[in-house]
Design a protein around this ligand. Structure first.
Ligand code: ADE
Length: 255
């Protein structure tokens, strides 16, 4: 999968792309990220990418010509088959479903906005899809584009362990159950005993209940959309209190 990123701050991507899973995915040829500096498509001596908004108002607006020329030059004939994404806080909310949709394409173009926004003709001319990564305002679209690259790249076959993806689809739409590893007791807090029992059916049921009950407590909106079985509803009706919510309620042992 190839990502073409259009930005005035290409340096903002070096950290996220040069570590861990994304780095390995690039080394193994599964993912490539091409950074394009929009300033390279300016024509004036100051290499301007922004100007004052028509109609007045605070801040500056990114001009259409350098962005449109950059994307057209880089994508060429593939412009018609490549999704062009524009990162903006006023876009449609980016979700795992959208990530799965985008991961089907061999190539994606990501345009990072700065200042007060981008001349709306960019969206129209490039048939761009506007996406927001959440209801908050970043200083620009670069971090949002890095998030999209990260989320989409891990869905590409071979980038991560297929078992992890399989577990995600099993728990589809629910928050994750809590995880523990050694030591069995830390600062007086014991790992829930069922996880040490070796009883795989009981462990699976405990995890399902934890995922359901956490989702109910933290993201009740997600429960509406999850496909729950009658057994799930029973587990939900019997949610245990969070043993670690208050130290005095925790399962304590000597250590
Ligand atoms: N640019 C600024 N804030 C953003 C957000 N939340 N999502 C995408 N792009 C942005």
């Amino acid at each position: 999968m190839r990502f073409d990123v259009f930005t005035i701050f290409p340096g903002m991507f070096s950290g996220p792309l040069s570590e861990s899973i994304l780095r390995r995915a690039q080394e193994r040829g599964l993912v490539s990220v091409h950074l394009h500096n929009i300033r390279d498509w300016t024509t004036d001596k100051h290499r301007s990418v922004d100007d004052e908004p028509y109609g007045g108002g605070a801040g500056m607006v990114m001009m259409a010509p350098p962005i449109v020329h950059a994307v057209e030059d880089v994508l060429g004939a593939e412009l018609h088959t490549t999704p062009v994404i524009l990162l903006t806080p006023s876009g449609e909310r980016f979700t795992q479903d959208i990530a799965r949709e985008l991961a089907q394409f061999p190539r994606l173009a990501l345009i990072c906005g700065r200042y007060e926004g981008i001349d709306d003709r960019v969206r129209i001319i490039l048939n761009a899809r506007e996406l927001s990564i959440g209801d908050y305002v970043l200083t620009g679209g670069e971090l949002a584009a890095a998030v999209i690259i990260d989320v989409v790249a891990r869905l590409i076959p071979g980038v991560i362990d297929p078992e992890s993806l399989a577990e995600e689809s099993y728990s589809s739409g629910l928050l994750e159950y809590p995880q523990y590893t050694r030591p069995p007791v830390f600062r007086g807090l014991a790992v829930p005993s069922v996880l040490l029992s070796g009883n795989h059916a009981k462990i699976a049921e405990w995890r399902r209940q934890q995922a359901l009950c956490r989702t109910k407590a933290r993201r009740p909106d997600l429960l509406q959309r999850a496909n729950l079985t009658p057994r799930d509803w029973k587990l939900l009706a019997e949610c245990p209190p969070d043993p670690f919510a208050h130290p005095e309620m925790a399962e304590r042992t000597e250590s």
